[in-house]
Design a protein around this ligand. Structure first.
Ligand SMILES: *Cc1c(COP(=O)(O)O)cnc(C)c1O
Length: 427
């Protein structure tokens, strides 16, 4: 399709958009009486109206039933988390038994390393990407220290080539082969939080397995954003947070995938009563007998009030299906890219999109490197009702989330951006 940078063309795209009807179900912050243009759904997704309904239901059950709510609530609390298995398995391409929801993302990564990182004197290295999300870096460092190892010996970071913004797939694969039988674990963010680059999860997982390593993924920026087939790709484990593309609310629970092939193995794990045999959980027995499947990695009884909005959202995503979301994601991201390029020409080439151009290597996010204005432009956008995200040294990240962003938002953003650059240029 040939795009046009006009309001009427953007309106035409909105009229064709089969997901447009969902926008009204989300609550947008207001700026001068209008919805903001929201580009930070990759950081904290907007609130869906149904999430309050789900939370209120838990509040009402608590008020009316108190402790009896564990078994007699409309959605009983003692196995509330099992309601995630179906919708989330559809979203990440898993069998329901491979899914559980618990804790938060970094905590779950730590717990997965209890099971999947067991360094020996021969095989002890972890491979990750350069400039991984800081929490992941701290997680790696502290795990290595815990095992008496030092990151400089045991943590290998795949580097970008000089002058390039993204990692090369072939560099990841050759790093895996180079480390070979010293490699214990590959753990990478499936979609890079900074550039929006999407990695080839299937091929990297296979390469890791070829040298005998476990391969896990941090899917914080991938879940609800890209097509995943974690089961078929033979991924060992994956964890994600739910408050980014999945709109579950601030700091909310993490989803966790553990491949079926590990359910009957004797992997070490940290245990607690919520992972114990469901039928016998309340018999208060001394010996741990894990639930079969990913639920066997559960530890504590769950924060039901926090799971409620996540469940509302997971059900919505599963009902819509990733195919439709991805179709719109591709068209709205391409439209945003087109608008950015048009504006860049009009203002004389002030910025550069550092996200890969190629559709296979990117998803919802475009990261824009500003060579001129820097943070004052970010502030200008904020002051004009456009919420973006600023990352040092000079990057704004834009995520035109397909569920609630409109094509008209993209057009209007372009107009505000242009105005901002031009007004900041003139002294
Ligand atoms: C957002 C994000 C996190 C956040 O972790 P929490 O434990 O939920 O605070 C971790 N890793 C990556 C890659 C992220 O993008």
């Amino acid at each position: 399709m040939k795009f046009e940078n006009t309001l009427s063309f953007a309106q035409h795209l909105d009229a064709l958009d089969v997901l447009a009807k969902y926008r009204k179900d989300f609550i947008f912050p207001q700026h001068k009486g209008k919805n903001v243009i929201y580009f930070t759904g990759n950081s904290l997704g907007l609130q869906h109206k149904q999430s309050r309904v789900y939370v209120n239901q838990v509040m009402d059950d608590w008020a009316n039933l108190a402790v009896e709510g564990h078994f007699y609530a409309d959605k009983p609390w003692w196995d509330y988390h099992e309601r995630f298995a179906n919708p989330l398995s559809a979203i990440v391409g898993a069998n329901p038994s491979e899914i559980t929801v618990m804790n938060t993302l970094t905590v779950n990564l730590h717990l997965m390393l209890v099971s999947f990182y067991k360094p020996t004197s021969k095989r002890f290295k972890i491979l990750c990407e350069e400039k991984a999300f800081p929490s992941d870096q701290y997680m790696f460092q502290s795990q290595l220290n815990f095992h008496g190892l030092h990151p400089k010996d045991a943590l290998v970071e795949i580097k970008r080539r000089p002058g390039e913004h993204n990692l090369r797939h072939e560099d990841i694969i050759s790093a895996i082969h180079e480390i070979g039988d010293e490699l214990a674990l590959v753990l990478i963010g499936g979609v890079n939080y900074y550039t929006g680059q999407v990695f080839n999860i299937e091929a990297i997982t296979k390469a890791g397995h070829d040298v005998g390593a476990y391969v896990g993924w941090d899917l914080a920026h991938a879940v609800g954003n890209i097509a995943l087939s974690l089961h078929d790709w033979q991924v060992d484990f994956a964890c994600w947070c739910s408050y980014k593309y999945m709109n579950s609310g601030p700091g909310n629970a993490s989803g966790c995938f553990i491949h079926e092939k590990h359910h009957t193995s004797n992997l070490p794990r940290f245990a607690g009563w919520w992972g114990h045999n469901k039928e016998r959980r309340f018999k208060m027995e001394p010996n741990f007998d894990p639930v079969h499947g990913a639920d066997g990695w559960q530890i504590s009884n769950l924060a039901i009030l926090s799971l409620a909005p996540y469940l509302a959202s997971a059900e919505l995503f599963a009902a819509i299906g990733m195919d439709q979301l991805i179709q719109k994601r591709n068209s709205i991201t391409s439209y945003l890219e087109f608008i950015l390029k048009e504006i860049n020409v009009e203002v004389g080439g002030n910025f550069e999109i550092i996200t890969p151009q190629n559709q296979e290597e990117r998803a919802c996010q475009l990261s824009v490197f500003l060579h001129g204005e820097g943070k004052s432009l970010f502030q200008f956008l904020m002051d004009n009702g456009v919420i973006t995200d600023w990352r040092e040294p000079n990057v704004i990240r834009l995520a035109p989330v397909p569920l609630y962003c409109s094509f008209v938002d993209m057009f209007q953003f372009g107009q505000i951006l242009k105005q901002g650059i031009l007004s900041l240029k003139t002294p």
